[in-house]
Design a binder for this molecule. Structure first.
Ligand SMILES: [Zn+2]
Length: 76
């Protein structure tokens, strides 16, 4: 079993095996305890986990875009 989790330091999406105890963030290098991570999704295979990460990233990008659009204009 694999999990997709969020790095507590930078918010990067991490792929980790549940049998591991810690996971090093590929983005900021922070080592986090897998038991303390916020799990977004679970997957049976690494392939499935990668697909999950890709779709989560896409979703996040869309959310970011809509947040920017919703921001009210200043000085108007
Ligand atoms: Zn990180």
């Amino acid at each position: 079993m694999y999990i997709v989790a969020v790095c507590p330091r930078c918010g990067n999406l991490l792929l980790a095996k549940v049998t591991n105890k810690t996971r090093l963030c590929t983005h900021c290098g922070f080592r986090s305890q897998i038991g303390n991570l916020k799990v977004l999704a679970k997957a049976e295979s690494p392939k499935q986990a990668v697909i999950l990460i890709q779709s989560l990233k896409k979703k996040r990008m869309l959310q970011k875009d809509s947040q920017i659009l919703r921001k009210p204009y200043k000085n108007i």
